[in-house]
Every structure is written in structure tokens, then in C-alpha cells.
Design a protein around this ligand. Structure first.
Ligand code: DGL
Length: 272
């Protein structure tokens, strides 16, 4: 294991959605260095096959490890659903036995599992994987789970159209079947959807709790790091953040700065 200085945590998403997770890491665990990778050239992942999502995610993981990350969080639900298990079981043990990759589906599932009627929205690949259903049922076999894929939301959010009428109309259509089932909890099963959090909450009404996934994932990472002293960071807060994108950065930076509420200075365009 690496020594206790400057632990670098990689955060991976297909695009800017992972910032909804990074924001909570920065707040809760500012003593770590963060390297964010957004595969903006190949987004959206959500309509691809498992083989393609696995290949893209493995390339992302190789890149972040090559930059010195000791731990990677697959903030992307689609990558967590379609690639994480295989990476953990087959790839890490042979290629990077002393590094770790974590996903987002288990902490989110565990948080809501004891609720009765749970809705999940996500990309086609996340919903068709059945990953949320599987993880929730491990904790609570009696939970009732309803889901819907929402493939148009990611492109709309990446275009900066969160909060606009066009997005709200489509969002309403995706939420309708879940509302009809009278779910009392909704999982935003895609990193991009917290950009729509207020609209989702308004459309679902007060009888449905919509959690902010970034907060839950931040708490879960904090807990993981406490249980794994090998990742203890030195007390010196370097606060380094590096952003790597696979396509032109303008949109990412404009929307990202607005969302994070801070400047994104250290960015680079790379190829995987
Ligand atoms: N942000 C990703 C997720 O959490 C998916 C977006 C995409 O389709 O690339 O699922």
C-alpha cells in the first residue's frame, strides 16, 4: 500500500454528472487530492452494450491509476451497474492488486432498502442491469421496486437545459408511471439527475422522498475511508483537483463551475 501522503482519489463519470458526487466529496473530505475524469467524447454511455461500457470504464480506470490514484469511485451509475463487478473480480486482482474501485449502487440501495415502494430512474443500461433491484432485495427481500429509464435526460442536462420547459416536460413523462404506483422513495440512479433535483421533487410531490445521491455517496466514502487506514491522508490539505476530459471542455467548465460554485482551473483534454 502507498504511504500516507497525498492520497489521490479518482472520480469517474461519462460526463459532468459526476460533479454532483465530487461536490460532496470536496465538502466532506477536503484533505484528499481528487482527479476527475469525464469521458465527454463518448457520452452518453447509457445506450451502449455491457461490452462497450466495460471497455470504456476499464480505459478510464487505467488512466486514473496511471495518474497515481490509489482509489477510484465510479460515480457513474451506468459504469457501476455494468462494469464494476467484473473490474473488482477479474481486473484488479491481476493488474492492480493494491488499489481499489468502488461504485455507487450499493450505498444508495442500502440507504433506501427499508422503504416500502421504491422507484428508480436511470439510463437504459442501468435499469436493464437490474442492479438496484438486486442490491435492494439483498437487504429487504420484501421491498417493492418500480423503475423507468430516462434516456433523454443526460443529453438535455449536458446541453445546459436543466430547469427548462423542454426538460421538465420530458421529466414529467418519465416520472408519471412511478407516480401512478404511489412510490414513497425515489432513487436518482444517474449522476446527472441531481441537476434536476428540485424539479423532480416538485413533480413527485411531498409524499415521495427524493434523496440527493451525492450526499449518500459522500457519507459512504467517509465511512469506507475510516475503515481503511491505508487510505488515510496526511493532515496537510493540498486541495488538489485535476479535471480530465476526452473532448473540448467549454460546456463542462461553464456548467461545472456554476454547479460546483468554484473555478475549474486545472483541466486537460486527454485521449483514453
Ligand atoms: N452519468 C451516468 C450515470 O450515472 C450516465 C450518463 C450516460 O448515459 O453516459 O449513469
Amino acid at each position: 500500500m502507498p504511504d500516507n501522503k497525498n492520497i489521490k482519489i479518482g472520480v469517474f463519470d461519462s460526463g459532468l454528472g459526476g460533479l454532483t458526487v465530487l461536490k460532496h466529496f470536496l465538502k466532506k473530505l477536503p484533505q484528499y487530492d481528487y482527479l476527475y475524469l469525464g469521458d465527454t467524447a463518448r457520452l452518453p454511455y447509457g445506450g451502449h452494450s455491457q461490452a462497450v461500457i466495460y471497455r470504456y470504464t476499464q480505459e478510464a480506470v487505467d488512466f486514473l491509476f496511471s495518474k497515481g490514484c490509489q482509489l477510484i469511485i465510479l460515480a457513474c451509475n451506468t459504469a457501476s451497474a455494468q462494469a464494476l463487478h467484473r473490474l473488482q473480480q477479474e481486473y484488479l486482482p491481476t493488474k492492480y492488486p493494491d488499489r481499489r474501485i468502488l461504485g455507487v449502487i450499493i450505498p444508495l440501495s442500502e440507504k433506501v432498502a427499508n422503504r416500502k415502494k421504491i422507484g428508480v430512474i436511470g439510463t437504459r443500461a442501468t435499469i436493464s442491469s437490474g442492479a438496484y433491484e438486486q442490491e435492494i432485495k439483498k437487504v429487504n427481500p420484501k421491498a417493492q421496486i418500480f423503475h423507468n429509464s430516462a434516456p433523454l435526460l443526460v443529453p438535455l442536462i449536458e446541453e445546459g437545459l436543466a430547469g427548462k420547459d423542454v426538460t421538465n416536460k420530458i421529466l414529467k413523462k418519465y416520472l408519471r408511471p412511478l407516480k401512478q404506483e404511489k412510490i414513497n422513495t425515489l432513487i436518482l440512479g444517474c449522476t446527472h439527475y441531481p441537476f434536476l433535483l428540485k424539479d423532480v421533487q416538485r413533480l413527485m410531490g411531498k409524499n415521495c422522498d427524493v434523496f440527493d445521491p451525492g450526499k449518500i455517496i459522500g457519507d459512504s466514502l467517509d465511512d469506507y475511508l475510516k475503515r481503511h487506514p491505508e487510505f488515510k491522508s496526511s493532515n496537510k490539505k493540498t486541495g488538489k483537483r485535476n479535471f480530465y476530459l476526452t473532448d473540448q471542455p467549454e460546456n463542462f467548465i461553464r456548467l461545472g463551475e456554476h454547479f460546483l460554485g468554484e473555478k475549474i482551473n486545472n483541466w486537460e483534454t486527454i485521449s483514453l
